[in-house]
Design a protein. Structure first.
Length: 157
C-alpha cells in the first residue's frame, strides 16, 4: 500500500443520482505482529458549476475557491478500528465499508445534500482564505520592521 494513504483496494466506486461520485479506499495496515489498523476512506467528489461560484457573496473568495478546487469539491469521511486481530480483519473491514456505504446511499444521496455540502465547503474555504490573507498582511508588516527595539532605558542606573 502507498504510504501517502491515497491508494488502496477500492471495494466500490459509485455515482449517486444527485451527481456525487463516491469512491471507497481500503487504507488498512498491519501495526503489530498479528494486529491491524482497519481503515476505510470514503471520498465524495461533488462537481461544481460556475453558477454556484457566482452565487457566493464575495467575488474574490469565489474566484480563489474556484481556482483552488478546479470545479470539484472533495469531502472525505473515515471509519477505522484499531488493534484488530488478523483473523477478524476481513469481517471488520466489511462492517466499516457497509456502515459508510449505507451512510452514503441514505444521507448523501438526498437531493439537498450537494447544496449543503457546497455551503459547508464555502465556509471552510472562507476561514482558510481569511487566515491566509491575514498571514500575508502580517508578513508584509513584519518586513517593514525598523530593527530591534531599543531597551537601553531599562538598564540605566
Amino acid at each position: 500500500m502507498n504510504k501517502n494513504n491515497e491508494s488502496g483496494k477500492i471495494p466500490e466506486s459509485i455515482m449517486l443520482a444527485n451527481s456525487i461520485k463516491v469512491t471507497f479506499y481500503d487504507l488498512s495496515k498491519k501495526i503489530a505482529a498479528d494486529r491491524w489498523l482497519i481503515k476505510v476512506k470514503c471520498e465524495v467528489a461533488l462537481p461544481v458549476q460556475d453558477e454556484q461560484f457566482d452565487a457566493i457573496d464575495d467575488a474574490e473568495l469565489a474566484s480563489a475557491m474556484k481556482q483552488d478546487c478546479a470545479n470539484t469539491v472533495i469531502h472525505n469521511l473515515f471509519r477505522e478500528r484499531n488493534f484488530i486481530d488478523e483473523k477478524d480483519k476481513d469481517g471488520v473491514l466489511q462492517e466499516l465499508f457497509n456502515q459508510l456505504d449505507e451512510n452514503v446511499r441514505t444521507y448523501m444521496g438526498r437531493e439537498l445534500f450537494p447544496r449543503k455540502l457546497f455551503e459547508k465547503k464555502v465556509e471552510e474555504f472562507r476561514l482558510k482564505y481569511q487566515m491566509q490573507k491575514e498571514m500575508e498582511r502580517s508578513a508584509t508588516t513584519d518586513d517593514e520592521d525598523d530593527g530591534p527595539a531599543d531597551f537601553s532605558a531599562c538598564f540605566r542606573g
